[in-house]
Write a protein that binds this ligand. Sequence first.
Ligand code: GDP
Ligand code: IMO
Ligand code: MG
Length: 445
Amino acid sequence: MSFPHSNRDTGNTAVVGLQWGDEGKGKIVDVLTAGHDVIVRYNGGANAGHTVVVGSERYALHLIPSGILYPDKTCVIGNGVVVDPEKLLEEAEGLRARGVAVGGNLRLSDRAHVVLPYHKEQDAALEDYLATKTAGDRGTLAIGTTRRGIGPAYADKVQRSTAIRIGDLLDRNYLRERLRVICRLRTAELQALGVSAAPLDADALAERFADLGDRLRPHVVDSVYFLHDCQKEGRRILFEGANACLLDIDHGTYPYVTSSNCSTAGIHSGTGVPGTNIARVLGIMKAYSTRVGAGPFPTELNNELGARIRERGREFGTTTGRPRRCGWLDLVAVKYSAMVCGATGIACTLFDVLTGFDELRICTAYRLADGTTTGRFIPDAKRLEGVTPVYETLTGWSETIRDASDRAALPAAARDYLDRIEAIVGLPIEMVGVGPERSQTLVTA
Ligand code: GDP
Ligand code: IMO
Ligand code: MG
């Protein structure tokens, strides 16, 4: 008896963020798309903002996978994603207006959950409420979400009876009946948070979302069978993580995280493709650290150096435009994420941003309140807030590296910085980003 699909080395790759997001995943996915056939988003929603720069064109992708710029590839929005249908259609229209084909090449899971307008209202109302509340001396309790309705939509998914999936949009009568019940409950909840005095109009919402469902219908598939069929045909799948490991609901700096498994843990649940089918996991890390929103950030630089990194790296949110908090590279955090995600290699992005600093620092351990040090990350906000980073200092370089063609062409100090990352994390750096443009990517392993 032969088992034709028992060979699991399928040529699939996972791309996952190893920090707090915005590591340049979109750019790396765009580059890797050339060697894959199907590009899949498995988690998150329009909280993600993935940038791809091709020549003078800059694309900001939120729900559509970053492989969409290649017309001969298929992009899939998996069941683990929470989809705001209006945002998705708007994004598709925006791409079409710029000459990017978005048609049969975009597939959407019938089991992906829908972000409804009341989710966004709940998200904003809760954040506004928490912004006025504190616990101890830790500032306000607001998470600093993107206000895209992500948390409330995933909460409904777990709650079950109050959730709407993409497939539900395709049955107008069923949708209306469900929304009549949900809207009654949701109106009361919103009123308790002090907003939206007028009751939600379930029938109007049902018509609007059934119409959106009609527009999405041509894209809707059973994405799990679709992906497995692709594998049987020998097509190679690229999994595009959104958000990042330190924002993972289970493995991140809880509660200052997002509401999905954005580490590789989310791939199996969010696509139906098991991890055993993925031989290569590329962890993406920028050459320093950033974070948007609230939560602990041990290596944060609240000074001129941080401002310089922000300015050089143009560190402003792709989704919300908020200035990103900036700091030195935290390898305790990166090493932890690489471990959790099962990374087989690393891409080090935004390396060019570090040009021009006299010296650079890398955090290799944390000093705890009792004076001891640890090389272990602490995925809990309250405890992580108390650590002091232990740094190693490296020499900087002043030469521009944006035109470098390979690793050997980099200044010696820049090569040392990469060598040190590899030695500490224990993984090869396979790619180095030396500029935002697609071509400014060195393949180094
Ligand atoms: P993502 O969410 O992980 O896809 O990252 P974002 O797109 O939110 O943020 C990364 C930012 O850095 C974007 O503006 C990219 O265009 C830019 N970028 C990506 N790689 C590089 C790089 O190697 N060098 C520079 N200077 N910019 C980069
Ligand atoms: P990409 O894919 C950076 C952060 C938010 C907030 C927290 C919770 O572009 O890397 P949410 O709206 O998800 O409930 O917000 O998570 N966050 C991100 N930060 N990049 C992202 O995505 C993020 N997605 C969520 O800023 O602190
Ligand atoms: Mg981003």
